[in-house]
Write a protein that binds this ligand. Structure first.
Ligand code: DC
Length: 227
């Protein structure tokens, strides 16, 4: 059976990673969370003191960008975790602080260039489901299946609240919503690879759909594409 590349793009917390993970699990494809890669770069920058409230030390980050190696490994519970230079950073990259920082470092051209290079290598054999913002437009414009996911900001903030609560945090809804809107604006208006729908992507609003329905829909679309 032919192997394809599945590119899933969309706004923050719109459920694209759930969708991508479900599809990868159903098909035996490799799943790559590219947002986690930008989060890892952000964490690396924070840890080195290169990212402050109103300032990014671009010079130092640029000098060291080729020393950032990001990989994914599956833990004993079958959950994929992100590694930064061989260190498990999965928990550390999922905070609001790192999410915000990721949105800032991802505006830098040299950061994007290096991440795209690593992502293209990961997908060179196909058989991959990759989610992000620029997968169908920049990383794999030739992807055989492209999906562009949206959902209302409030629905996305609610999902993000639940994720943070499950991690023992006590988030404030208004703050989470404001954070999502701020990231939406930055992700869609930045100069370098802004989030836009590829012309040949399937548009999908999942505000009012269950995970099971979504799973079924996408498996059907996937099967149509591989035959
Ligand atoms: O999907 P996420 O929230 O984990 O992504 C974190 C940040 O990284 C987000 O603000 C947008 C950015 N990003 C990007 O610019 N390009 C990608 N392919 C993936 C994420």
């Amino acid at each position: 059976m032919k192997k394809i590349i599945v590119a899933i793009d969309g706004l923050s917390s719109c459920g694209k990673s759930t969708m991508a993970k479900d599809l990868a699990q159903q098909t035996g494809y490799i799943y790559v969370d590219t947002g986690a890669m930008y989060r890892a770069v952000a964490l690396f920058s924070i840890q080195n003191g290169w990212l402050k409230q109103n300032f990014i030390d671009e010079e130092n980050l640029k000098k060291n960008i080729s020393h950032i190696k990001i990989s994914f490994r599956t833990n004993a519970d079958g959950i994929q975790e992100t590694y930064l230079n061989e260190c498990n950073v999965e928990r550390k990259i999922r905070t609001l602080e790192v999410a915000n920082a990721a949105s800032r470092v991802s505006t830098l051209g040299f950061v994007r260039q290096e991440m795209v290079r690593q992502q293209q290598l990961m997908g060179s054999e196909k058989g991959i489901v990759m989610d992000g913002r620029d997968i169908g437009t920049v990383v794999f414009p030739q992807a055989e299946l492209k999906i562009f996911v949206t959902a209302r900001a409030e629905a996305r903030a609610m999902r993000r609240m639940k994720e943070l609560q499950a991690r023992g945090e006590k988030p404030d809804f208004e703050k989470v919503l404001a954070n999502i809107k701020e990231r939406d604006l930055r992700d869609t208006t930045r100069q370098e690879s802004p989030l836009i729908k590829a012309k040949d992507a399937i548009l999908f609003d999942n505000s009012d759909i269950t995970r099971q329905e979504q799973k079924k829909n996408f498996l059907k679309i996937f099967k149509e594409r591989i035959t």
